[in-house]
Design a protein around this ligand. Structure first.
Ligand SMILES: [Zn+2]
Ligand SMILES: [Zn+2]
Length: 91
């Protein structure tokens, strides 16, 4: 899926795969490796913060707005992610 770019919609900072995001449960992970879901407690983060310590702008944006690329590929990816979110909520 090389046509997809993940970057901050506000400043265009691109995550580098490191675990910058901390969940309320204390776990650190790369939120884009799990489509916004904490792997430890299962909490879904529908908003994602830009990481200022890595060069970003620290603003919060909807997780789905971070995906950028060809429209039809992005649309399909977003539908897949939303589908996963709905499945997780139904526990
Ligand atoms: Zn968590
Ligand atoms: Zn940013």
């Amino acid at each position: 899926m090389s046509d997809i770019h993940i970057r901050c919609p506000k400043c265009k900072w691109e995550p580098d795969g490191k675990p910058y995001w901390q969940c309320t449960c204390g776990n650190y992970w790369d939120t884009f490796s799990t489509a916004g879901r904490c792997p430890q407690c299962g909490k879904i983060w529908k908003d994602t913060q830009c990481i200022s310590t890595a060069g970003g702008c620290a603003a919060w944006s909807p997780h789905l707005d971070w995906y950028d690329g060809l429209d039809e590929i992005i649309q399909r990816l977003k539908e897949e992610i939303e589908e996963r979110w709905h499945q997780e909520v139904r526990i």
